[in-house]
Design a protein around this ligand. Structure first.
Ligand SMILES: [Zn+2]
Ligand SMILES: [Zn+2]
Length: 282
């Protein structure tokens, strides 16, 4: 049973070979008594996670991601306005404020430790009309930025698969696209794979009711698979209800190995190589 006590979950058995956490939010993990960045990295390294990608969701978070990535060899940064953030900025200060935020993201995006533009995309779960028009504007801005800088695009997609496809097809997608926390079924995985996009699987893969997601994970081409925690969210089973952290990624990797019917070591080596292609060189 999931426990709600503050006791962090025990560390899983270390992985057979190193894997990168391709998407986390260490800044949001930093609550009272939570591990510091150094502690989080040490706990991750101890189970075979030598590197994490720290993802910014607003201007402040993106600045922080770029800063910690500059200070730590084992962190890379991604910068963007989250699809639920852009409509809020617009509501607070109109297009002027939104454009100022985009300008700042553009500047951060040029830094060498910033390996990706994200997370951007669409979220129909948390954003209602008319905010979705602003969300789309902001998604289109980030797609253009990734293409201009030749950087990877990290896409957030919640209940918006068709629109994500429509907008990326319409703009023309950047060379490297990662669908983070992939949440579609096998058909959507096929549509993404046809376009050459990476599908990144989170702890949701371990949830009891995630059969459609496991079916999707089974058919993604091996060279397009990634894993992530999205920490502090989406804690894998059997620790649902507790805060997630990069050191829990082995639980997701092992579930993926089972779904794919391959050895853990083979999968780890594959995931490591894929992360290097998507965000590298390491
Ligand atoms: Zn997301
Ligand atoms: Zn995220």
């Amino acid at each position: 049973m999931a426990s709600r006590s503050n006791e962090p979950p025990a560390a899983p058995e270390p992985l057979a070979a190193p894997v990168v956490d391709s998407h986390c939010h260490l800044d949001m993990c930093a609550a009272d008594g939570a591990p510091t960045v150094d502690e989080a990295l040490a706990a991750a390294a101890a189970v075979g996670v030598p590197k994490v990608i720290q993802v910014g969701c607003d201007v402040q978070g993106s600045r922080w991601a770029a800063k910690v990535a500059a200070e730590h060899d084992d962190i890379w940064a991604a910068v963007a306005l989250h699809p639920n953030e852009a409509p809020k900025i617009h509501e607070a200060g109109g297009l002027t404020l939104l454009e100022a935020a985009w300008r700042e993201i553009s500047e951060l995006a040029e830094l060498p430790q910033v390996r990706a533009i994200g997370e951007t995309g669409m979220d129909f779960f948390r954003t209602e009309l008319p905010g979705r028009a602003i969300q789309e504007e902001s998604f289109r801005f980030h797609i253009g930025l990734a293409k201009r800088l030749g950087k990877t695009l990290v896409v957030h997609d919640r209940d918006s698969h068709d629109d994500v496809l429509r907008i990326l097809d319409d703009e023309g997608h950047p060379e490297t696209v990662v669908l983070h926390c992939f949440s579609g079924d096998a058909d959507f995985a096929r549509a993404a794979s046809e376009r050459g996009w990476y599908c990144s699987f989170s702890g949701v893969l371990t949830f009891k009711n995630a059969d459609d997601l496991r079916a999707a994970a089974a058919i993604v081409p091996a060279e397009r698979l990634l894993v992530e925690t999205d920490a502090p969210f989406l804690t894998p089973a059997p620790h649902r209800g507790k805060a997630n952290a990069p050191y829990l990624i082995p639980l997701t990797v092992r579930q993926l190995a089972e779904v794919r019917g391959i050895e853990e070591r083979e999968l780890c080596n594959l995931l490591f190589a894929n992360t290097e292609h998507a965000f590298g060189p390491l």
